[in-house]
Design a binder for this molecule. Structure first.
Ligand SMILES: [Zn+2]
Length: 300
């Protein structure tokens, strides 16, 4: 079994998500909080300029700049493209000092509570997710349904994941979410330490994973203007079932627009403020119970 040697905690990949930024500041002031005997923990403020300006980003979304081909493309020179290349250098330099685990701290305006979004269905990540949702049933685990290449920062290493907490407004600190996120980070670090020591606590034999299958845009007119809002009966119902025929949007003159799919889905990122510009009203997920092969399986 390969041991974890380096763990990176990243905050402020989006400059207006303050929970992660201020946790990084706290950890940098008091590193003992995140140090564990068997591995090194690094901290990184993802987008410092965007944080200074209380914005998500300066020129483009940093968390969409990590496609392999883009990181190698020297003609991409926006602030965020350059920052992404620097972050790659810091976290996964050539040689053997790469980080083994990346946790990227985000917040959301949606009601996603305490969410872990895994980079992939690596058994180690699934077991971690199973453990976290067993010690705190409020933790939800999701993962992209397809293995297509990712442009997210978390994709810099195989054991990458995002912690997404909310609802919390952009550029706002919420003491509740700050404390819950800190507690979750510490639980994860303790789990990684236990994994290195071979003393991982027994996890359940299955884990519920919400597989992200597609993004859904708002209804728009031919000029691209939004024609309806998230339906009030769907608002804040992240991870709840949306059945065929259930209301999904409400037009400005009060007409319901139902969900017309054929199978029940479990939407997340419902009405995320940062996604209006991306043409995403919500992401659909399918709920799946995944059988865990081994509680301590690592193939690195
Ligand atoms: Zn974010």
């Amino acid at each position: 079994m390969t041991k974890i040697k380096r763990v990176a905690i990243v905050g402020g990949t989006h400059g207006n998500e303050f929970t992660g930024v201020y946790l990084i500041k706290k950890f940098e002031k008091d590193p003992a909080l995140i140090q564990r005997p068997s591995f090194q923990t690094l901290t990184l403020l993802g987008n410092p300029r965007a944080f200074e300006e209380r914005r998500r980003y300066i020129e483009k979304d940093l968390n969409r700049c990590f496609l392999k081909q883009d990181l190698q493309d020297t003609t991409l020179s926006s602030y965020e493209d350059t920052r992404a290349k620097n972050i790659q250098q810091l976290l996964v330099p050539k040689g053997n000092s790469q980080v083994d685990v990346i946790m990227d701290l985000h917040s959301t305006t949606t009601n996603m509570g305490l969410s872990i979004i895994l980079q992939n269905k690596h058994p180690f990540l699934l077991n971690l997710g199973a453990y976290l949702s067993s010690v705190n049933p409020l933790v939800k685990v999701s993962c992209p349904a397809s293995d297509k290449e990712s442009s997210f920062l978390r994709s810099l290493c195989e054991l990458g994941f995002v912690i997404e907490v909310g609802p919390v407004a952009q550029s706002v600190l919420s003491a509740e979410w700050f404390q819950k996120t800190e507690e979750l980070v510490c639980t994860i670090l303790n789990y990684l330490e236990a994994s290195n020591q071979g003393t991982v606590p027994q996890s359940p034999s299955t884990v519920t994973v919400y597989l992200i299958t597609s993004n859904v845009d708002y209804p728009r007119n031919e000029r691209g203007e939004i024609q309806a809002m998230i339906h009030p009966r769907l608002q804040f119902r992240d991870y709840q079932p949306l059945h065929p025929g259930d209301p999904m949007f409400l037009t400005f003159d009060g007409q319901d627009i139902p969900y017309t799919g054929e199978s029940t889905v479990y939407p997340i990122f419902i009405n995320e403020a940062a996604y209006y510009e991306k043409g995403i009203a919500m992401s659909f997920t399918e709920r799946q119970e995944i059988l865990l092969s081994s509680n301590n399986l690592m193939e690195m």
